[in-house]
Design a protein around this ligand. Structure first.
Ligand SMILES: Nc1ncnc2c1ncn2[C@@H]1O[C@H](COP(=O)(O)OP(=O)(O)OP(=O)(O)O)[C@@H](O)[C@H]1O
Length: 304
């Protein structure tokens, strides 16, 4: 009989996930499934729990939280697989702030606990692409939604500091803070053997269309097409960025002359002055000089 490992990040959605714990357990009990509930105690906790769960033979591991929790569970599953273990399938019960990744999954809506439990127990899966990144000398990390380098990663850095705010306002305030703090540096982007150099505001390598809690940076991306969508943005003045923000929220920024959209399977980004890097909204480094990205086609089965 199926046994689920449920990994709950109580802090996701600024405490929204923790407040739904009783409802989650009631839905699990009602479904009759055998499950173990593991609660994270801090950053990186969901990665350790997912890796240990995979090593202990769980075939289905369910992330309960936002994109950061999903990212950590993906990392745990992929780490266990890289060490020679089997690859469990991942379920998602979305209780986060932005929950951008689930916007790619038909019928998956935020805060739908019963629906999430049903999907975790069902047989429908979607094999989605996964990104693997090597940042300077750090061990590899994985992402499922998007990788940001430069200004968009600085937005993630700022949003982590805004613990007193909730919802979409977190990202708007984080953008405003990043605007006053971030300085664009020369970057060199190599993608599938081609190259673009310049003083970039940011470089984003995306698997999905939406990131940062509602910014449709790569509006044509498809999570299982075997290729990344790239969005490179030349440096802009502050007033130009402020005018571009509402366009990015609709995905219509792609017509701006400073924006370049492309596709690639492998990407290398160098920034001698060092840049912030974030995957799925989680800060990986605040001072990276070299980031290598590779695509793992159909790298994970998501229970849908
Ligand atoms: N017990 C905990 N206490 C505090 N923070 C935690 C705990 N467990 C995990 N975290 C951290 O919580 C952060 C936020 O998680 P997550 O991204 O899932 O929620 P969110 O930011 O509200 O949603 P989204 O990323 O979809 O906007 C992650 O950086 C994670 O490492």
């Amino acid at each position: 009989m199926t046994k689920l490992l449920i990994i709950l990040n109580p802090w996701a959605g600024r405490g929204n996930a923790g407040r739904h714990r009783a409802e989650l357990e009631a839905a699990l009990r009602q479904s009759g499934v055998d499950y173990e509930l593991a609660v994270t105690s801090g950053r990186g906790g969901a990665t350790d729990l997912a890796r240990q769960g995979a090593e202990r033979g769980y075939e289905r591991i369910v992330a309960v939280g936002g994109d950061g929790t999903i990212n950590e569970v993906v990392n745990g599953i992929k780490q266990a697989e890289a060490a020679g273990g089997p690859r469990p399938r991942m379920g998602i019960i979305p209780l986060g702030t932005g929950s951008d990744f689930i916007k790619m999954l038909d019928g998956v809506v935020a805060n739908d606990i019963r629906g999430g439990v049903q999907r975790a127990l069902g047989e429908r899966t979607r094999a989605v692409d996964i990104g693997r990144i090597y940042v300077d000398t750090m061990p590899p990390r994985y992402f499922i939604n998007a990788l940001g380098m430069g200004f968009d990663a600085q937005v993630a850095v700022e949003s982590l500091k805004l613990t007193h705010l909730k919802g979409f306002v977190v990202y708007i305030v984080a953008v405003l803070r990043a605007l006053t703090r971030y300085k664009a540096h020369p970057m060199s982007v190599e993608y599938d053997g081609q190259q673009r150099d310049g003083r970039l505001l940011f470089a984003s390598v995306a698997n999905a269309r939406c990131q940062g809690g509602g910014f449709w940076l790569t509006p044509e991306a498809i999570i299982d097409d075997g290729v990344f969508d790239l969005c490179l943005v030349d440096n802009m003045r502050m007033d130009q960025i402020v005018r571009a923000v509402p366009l990015v929220m609709k995905g219509t920024h792609t017509r701006l002359k400073q924006v370049w959209i492309g596709r690639a399977r492998s990407v290398m980004v160098r920034c001698p002055a060092a840049m912030p890097v974030a995957t799925d909204g989680e800060v990986v480094s605040t001072s990276a000089r070299e980031v290598r990205v590779e695509l793992l086609p159909a790298g994970l089965e998501v229970l849908i």
